[in-house]
Design a protein around this ligand. Structure first.
Ligand code: ATP
Ligand code: MG
Length: 392
């Protein structure tokens, strides 16, 4: 097999030399350029498997170079080397298609792993991704308000990338539905969607659930077990209530996100995974960072794409279509005819504040369907709970 070719772009000669020596030792063919223009010229003349670029250079910056590479050579992954203080720009570059960023001063081993994974052939040929008809998601997603339509569009737009998505919103706003929507529209749709709630488990159990364990790793581990990361390989892992992850596990998560590998508990052998991570929380992670219980670097990693779901009371246009959707479904499940909503009942639904958001609306429709007589066709105010009648 031909040697992999890595183009190093940095204006500092010492860095170029160190990296070149390290990559040559790794068995790669290292090319060097001292600025963005030279890099573009080399790219137009020869094939390269990966570009590793510094950010601050005379002439073209690393970000401008990445943008040019994206347009001229979209198949070439770009890894960006940045100083710690400028991570928000690096995150913006990932949104713009950069493969990954590493912070300076970098750990050479970690850097090599990032580059190796950038060059690793994906399961699907890259060409299969273009012109592909949109996956038909088997989930019903209702979006009538402009904000929800925008959110649906964003979810579909980012579905195919491997970028981590952070979904925030009050309880019951539909965070898990969005995660499933992203998966269903991604090129991972036929692979696993694995969900885990990080709040439900004590620390050691959560760690074992996520990363798996070897036989005898801890008391009670009488057989080896794959963790959720392994189960989600090539698919999507949904980490619910990410704000509740204890700090030691946050460090491990950060490592999987950066190096795409981890060790099972009780093992020293790294396991490689290709997992798309979607995380959700109803807590404010910025506040948790200030309180010292959530790592800022992990937050940056997670919010490469951030989707903020508004409370149902902030998007009342969604109430009627959601209500009808749930009502029809519950009526069918319960052998009822209830498929319409009277104007008075609709007024009550629209006036209510919905602290439990979409889930509360779903339960309300279910309750109405159960309470209704088998021949009733229209939901009336009397089918609604007292507190909603009072709101009207
Ligand atoms: N836009 C939507 N279209 C259709 N169904 C929805 C929509 N949003 C939410 N739902 C439904 O409402 C219920 C609650 O949604 P979901 O479980 O995704 O909320 P959540 O934000 O994850 O809540 P929690 O924070 O309590 O975990 C689910 O049954 C889901 O199917
Ligand atoms: Mg949820």
């Amino acid at each position: 097999m031909d040697k992999k070719r890595v183009l190093i772009v940095d204006d500092e000669m010492n860095i170029r030399r160190i990296l070149q020596a390290a990559f040559d030792k790794q068995g790669w063919h290292a090319l060097v350029a001292q600025d963005g223009r030279e890099a573009l010229k080399m790219l137009s003349e020869q094939a390269v498997d990966c570009v590793l670029t510094d950010v601050t250079m005379p002439g073209l910056s690393g970000y401008e170079l990445q943008n040019e590479v994206k347009n001229l050579h979209p198949e070439v992954p770009v890894v960006i080397m940045t100083a710690y203080g400028t991570i928000p720009q690096a995150v913006a570059a990932i949104r713009n298609g950069a493969f990954e960023y590493v912070t300076k001063p970098f750990d050479l081993d970690a850097l090599k792993k990032v580059i190796a994974s950038a060059m690793r052939p994906s399961d699907e040929p890259k060409t299969a991704r273009t012109g592909k008809p949109k996956a038909k998601p088997g989930i019903s997603f209702i979006a009538e308000s402009p904000i929800m339509k925008e959110i649906e569009e964003l979810a579909i737009q980012v579905a195919d990338s491997r970028s981590t998505v952070l979904i925030t919103g009050e309880s019951g706003t539909g965070k898990e539905v969005i995660a499933k929507l992203i998966h269903a529209h991604s090129n991972r749709a036929d692979k696993a969607f694995v969900a885990i709630s990080c709040a439900a488990l004590p620390e050691t159990l959560l760690e074992a659930e996520l990363f798996g364990h070897e036989k005898g790793a801890f008391t009670g581990a009488d057989h080896a077990k794959a963790g959720r990361f392994e189960l989600a390989n090539n698919g999507t892992l949904f980490l619910d209530e990410i704000g509740d992850v204890p700090l030691p596990i946050q460090i491990k998560l950060l490592r999987v996100l950066q190096e795409r590998e981890f060790e099972r508990l009780g093992s020293t052998k790294p396991t490689k995974v290709d997992v798309r991570l979607v995380a959700a929380t109803n807590r404010n992670l910025e506040v948790l960072v200030e309180e010292g219980v959530f790592r800022l670097d992990l937050l940056y990693r997670l919010q490469v794409v951030e989707i903020i779901l508004p409370a149902l009371r902030k998007r009342r246009e969604d109430i009627l279509p959601l209500a009808l959707h749930f009502l029809v479904r519950s009526s069918e499940d319960n052998a009822r005819q209830l498929k319409q909503i009277s104007p008075e009942a609709l007024d009550a639904l629209l006036a209510y504040d919905w602290p439990g958001n979409v889930r509360e609306l779903e339960n309300t429709m279910e309750r109405a369907a159960v309470l209704a007589k088998p021949d009733e066709a229209e939901l009336e105010v009397r089918h609604l709970p007292m507190k909603m009648r009072a709101a009207a």
